[in-house]
Write a protein that binds this ligand. Structure first.
Ligand SMILES: [Fe+2]
Length: 135
């Protein structure tokens, strides 16, 4: 188990790639915690971290899109809004009911799958646009 950064995920914008690396490292930490029976506490920690970090990360990405007058801005932002609301919902659930290990694994899969899909399909498009030198 575990999740590793791979070069195919790079979008070619260093500041954004670095943030993506940090995000994946946090998910890796959760996966490792699951293996040592500490998944539930680590999930709570991850959700708290994500609430802040993801917001900053998405703001940075969106600022970059505005700066480059990226035509896919609205669509891209919509995806970010969805993910932020998902994290908030999950945190509200864990605060209220707590989580079983089964939920931890499902939640992790859901968040991680979304993130990897978003980076490899949506963010790479943005990176290609920026690096194409289109004003
Ligand atoms: Fe994005």
């Amino acid at each position: 188990m575990g999740i590793q950064w791979r070069d195919s995920l790079a979008i070619g914008v260093k500041s954004i790639d670095d943030q993506h690396k940090e995000l994946l490292a946090r998910f890796d930490k959760l996966l490792n915690a699951c293996e040592s029976g500490k998944g539930i506490e680590e999930l709570k920690r991850l959700l708290l971290f994500l609430e802040d970090y993801v917001q900053t990360h998405f703001n940075d990405e969106e600022a970059l899109q505005k700066l480059h007058r990226y035509p896919g801005y609205a669509e891209h932002r919509e995806q970010h809004v969805y993910f932020v609301s998902k994290i908030k919902d999950l945190r509200a659930e864990t605060d209220k009911d707590g989580f079983s290990l089964h939920n931890v694994i499902e939640t992790n899969n859901l968040l991680l799958k979304w993130l990897l899909n978003h980076i490899s399909k949506v963010d790479t498009k943005l990176g290609a646009f920026i690096n194409s030198g289109t004003p």
